[in-house]
Design a protein around this ligand. Structure first.
Ligand SMILES: C[S@@+](CC[C@H](N)C(=O)[O-])C[C@H]1O[C@@H](n2cnc3c(N)ncnc32)[C@H](O)[C@@H]1O
Length: 271
């Protein structure tokens, strides 16, 4: 599989976008926020529907933001969001993370949220991010770690879902346990180790509203999203098995003591 033809595991089914649209600068980029100055230029690589991107642009009141993604559909959605917010200092462009269409040393900050786990060569993408960041500028990345996800109550279906997710992503050449590897990838991409600040933070879903949202979207993703297509195409699951996983998610969401934590690795480094 070439880098140009990599197939984003989740795709952009509504159930996937419902997940991404909950993201804000505060809940997804808190590790970067203390370093932002209002006149900075920022590139968001793999910006998806752009909720974090627009939020960042609104903080950079004297600066500007560019969001890039490999999917035209999701870029349309991001542009619509920026229009709805009246955010003027932002543009969205189609681009491949491996070949960013920008000159060397272009941005004060280059950010990628939940992107590297979906790339077969995350180190190459990090080198490209480093190239377009100004010398001394920030490169900031954050990715979940699927093996480290944990939940209550115990559920054979959720355990099976997590194992299947690993099998499918590995079959397509991606690393779902990206969070723990980010610092290593950043080092391999040639960043000065003295500037690398590794960390972690957690999303936790346990209120009735959060459980309905998170469990409901994963139930749908198990049967409707690109993940379901790839699981079936690679012979790792059939419709019956995927429906069982979806049912497990619905049961988890309905459990009054349901609790789910997503551990995210994050790294800030200087270009
Ligand atoms: C999990 S989503 C994250 C979206 C957004 N950063 C967020 O956190 O809401 C990953 C995004 O990366 C994009 N993507 C995947 N491979 C890419 C590539 N090679 N170049 C640019 N974008 C890519 C996908 O289209 C998708 O929108």
């Amino acid at each position: 599989m070439t880098k140009e033809s990599e197939s984003y595991t989740h795709g952009h089914h509504e159930s996937v976008l419902r997940s991404h649209r909950r993201r804000t600068a505060a809940n997804s980029a808190a590790f970067l926020l203390p370093h932002l100055l209002s006149d900075m230029t920022l590139l968001d690589v793999g910006c998806g529907p752009g909720t974090v991107t627009v939020d960042l642009a609104e903080r950079l009141t004297q600066g500007s933001v560019v969001g890039v993604d490999a999917s035209d559909d999701v870029l349309e959605s991001a542009r619509g969001l920026a229009d709805a917010h009246g955010t003027k200092n932002i543009t969205f462009e189609h681009a491949n993370a491996y070949e960013l269409p920008f000159e060397d040393d272009s941005f004060d900050v280059v950010f990628a949220h939940q992107l590297l786990q979906h790339l077969s060569d995350p180190v190459a993408a990090l080198r490209e991010m480093k190239r377009v960041a100004k010398p001394g500028g920030f490169v900031a990345v954050r990715d979940a770690d699927y093996e480290a996800m944990t939940w209550y109550p115990e559920s054979a279906e959720l355990t099976e879902w997590n194992m299947l997710y690993h099998e499918v992503t590995h079959a397509y050449g991606f690393e779902p346990d990206a969070g723990r590897r980010l610092a290593s990838w950043v080092r391999d991409a040639g960043f000065d180790p003295a500037t690398i600040e590794p960390g972690a933070s957690v999303w936790c879903y346990a209120t009735p509203d959060d459980r309905t949202w998170w469990g409901g979207l994963w139930a749908e993703r198990c049967t409707e999203s690109n993940f379901a297509v790839q699981a079936k195409d690679s012979g790792l699951a059939d419709d019956v098995a995927l429906e069982q996983l979806a049912q497990g998610w619905r049961e988890w969401a309905a459990a009054p003591d349901g609790w789910f934590a997503v551990l995210n690795g994050e790294v800030l480094a200087r270009a």
